[in-house]
Design a protein around this ligand. Sequence first.
Ligand code: G3P
Ligand code: MG
Length: 247
Amino acid sequence: MALYLPRVIGHRGAKSYAPENTLESIHTAADIGVKWVELDVKLTKDQVPIIFHDDTLERTTNGSGPVAEMTYEDIRQLEAGSWYGESFAGVKIPTLEEALDVIYERDLGFNMEIKPCPGREKETAEVALDALASSWDNHSNLLISSFSHVSLEVAYDMAGDWARGLLLEKDLPENLRDLVEFFDPKTINFDADTEESAIEELLDLELPLVCYTVNDPMKARRLVNLGVDGFFSDCPDVIEENLPKAH
Ligand code: G3P
Ligand code: MG
C-alpha cells in the first residue's frame, strides 16, 4: 500500500502548545488540523510501552532517575504536565495503547519513533510493534522509524511490509547507501542542522525527505526550495500556513 505522507507532521504531538508526548498533545495536534503525529515510544522496566522521549524523568515529569528502572505502576504515579504549564497539571505519561486510542479517535496518521532506553533496543521494538500489530490496519497512514539500527532491523523482520523511516543525525553516516539498501526505508528523516552539501547527498537517494525539527517558516521554505518534502514541527500549523500552497 502506498504511503500517504503529509507535508507537516506534529512533533511529539504539538509540542509548542501542550506538554510533549501526552494525550493532550495529540488532541491539540488534531484540534489545529494536523494530519499525522510523531511520538516516541520506550519501555518501562516491566515492559509496558509508553510515550516518552528522554531516558530520564527529570525534564518533563515530577519524578527522577532512569525510565528503564521504573515499573508502569511507578510511571502512573508521576505527573507530566505542570512543568509545561499549570493548566496541564495532573497530565500523565500515556501508554502506547492509550495514545493509539486517541490517534484512532481523531483519525490521525502516526509516525512511531522507537526510542529505546540504552540496551533495550530489541525488546522495545518487539513490544511496540506487537502492540501496533494487534490494532493498526491502515498502513498508508503509518511510519515506523528509529535512530537505533537494532530496532529498525526488528521492524524489518517483524513487519517487513510496514513503511520504515531511516532516522539520521546531522553528520551523515559513511555507509548511508548501505543502510538504505539494507533497511529499504520509505522515507529519510534527517536533522534540520544537516549541512546543505549533505542534504544534496540525501536528495540523490531519491526518497521522500522529512526534516526534524522545523519551527521557523523561513527555514521550511528554504528547505522546500532545496527539494525537501516534509517537516516535523512543534508548531505544525504555523509551518503549514507558510509553505507554498499545495497543488
Ligand atoms: O522523529 C523525528 C524526531 O523526533 C527525532 O528526534 O529527539 O525529537 O526524537 P527527537
Ligand atoms: Mg522523536
